[in-house]
Ligand binder design. Structure first.
Ligand code: ADP
Ligand code: MG
Length: 282
């Protein structure tokens, strides 16, 4: 299916383009390497959209184009019809776009609650530095956010004492401090044990439902997405090769070639093949 056909189908689904996030014909090359090649998709409020594909497919590049870390060579990105091109990550944060990182970004010297309070300070436009402690700032709000990610019992422990899965949940609470309309998560389950991965995605799913936030997350393994994503985008070698419900993409021959080509299965936690082994690329 061509990118144009994908776009037309997506427009039909959103009844003429009422998407929260609309990405059209995105392109980014590094030298001669077309890391993201004519990628179009959209995302609606209350939707959990997964961007998957093997290593090197272009997921992180797409993600970093959307979050303002990278500038595209071509294409458009808009939020509620407002172009995001040229905006820096902190400007996007002000517009209600939050992100979490593959390697969690927290202040390890502060308590769990203080980390969320730092995020609240930032959301309120206050200057922040890790040396300025936020012990008294919106403490009750911080606890409420921690309750939403089931970390309230850890609120006054140092962040450095948390288990890895708990740090990822803290990062999620910090991202929510901004009351985002759009939450971007780059491989949120990287480095996690299977039960932790499941729990984090279930939690994210609940937050999407409760808050009506839209989530775009990247993921290299398919098993994480089947259970929780509303819709899945599949990239390979810079191109969007399929999109649809988890069941639709799982049944897609090109997706199967990418993920099953090397004999790997959907269920495993191993990294999928680096590239398709069959020749049916677009
Ligand atoms: P994924 O996240 O799906 O693993 P990436 O978006 O990181 O894929 O990478 C897509 C392609 O772009 C790869 O071939 C990668 O080597 C290349 N690439 C990514 N970032 C850079 C960069 N900063 N400079 C040069 N090449 C890059
Ligand atoms: Mg990546």
């Amino acid at each position: 299916m061509s990118a144009h056909a994908l776009h037309t189908e997506a427009q039909t689904r959103t009844q003429g383009g009422d998407a929260l996030l609309d990405v059209q014909h995105l392109h980014k090359a590094f030298g001669g390497n077309h890391a993201v090649n004519d990628v179009s998709f959209n995302l609606q409020t209350g939707e959990l959209l997964a961007l998957i594909g093997p290593n090197g497919a272009g997921k992180s590049t797409t993600f970093n184009l959307v979050n303002g870390q990278l500038a595209p060579d071509n294409g458009s990105i808009s939020l509620n019809g407002v172009s995001l091109l040229g905006l820096k990550p902190h400007e996007l944060w002000r517009m209600g776009v939050s992100r979490t990182f593959q390697i969690a970004q927290t202040f390890s010297s502060l308590t769990v609650a203080e980390n969320v309070q730092m995020a609240l300070l930032s959301a309120d436009g206050q200057s922040l530095s890790p040396w300025r402690r936020a012990t008294h700032y919106r403490h009750a709000d911080a606890l409420q956010l921690l309750e939403q990610v089931q970390l309230d019992t850890h609120a006054h422990r140092p962040c450095s004492a948390l288990a890895y899965g708990d740090v990822k949940r803290l990062e999620l609470a910090m991202a929510l401090a901004n009351e985002p309309r759009l939450l971007l998560m780059d491989e949120p389950t990287a480095g996690m044990a299977p039960d932790e991965r499941y729990a984090l995605m279930a939690l994210t799913r609940n937050l999407v439902n409760q808050r009506g936030v839209a989530v775009l997350f990247t993921e290299h393994s398919m098993d994480v997405v089947f259970e929780h994503a509303d819709r899945v985008l599949v990239m390979a070698r810079g191109a969007l090769i399929a999109q649809g419900t988890p069941a639709q993409v799982q049944a897609d021959p090109q997706v199967q070639a990418v993920y099953f080509g090397s004999g790997k299965t959907f269920g495993g936690s191993s990294t999928p093949a680096a590239s398709p082994t069959t020749g049916d690329q677009p």
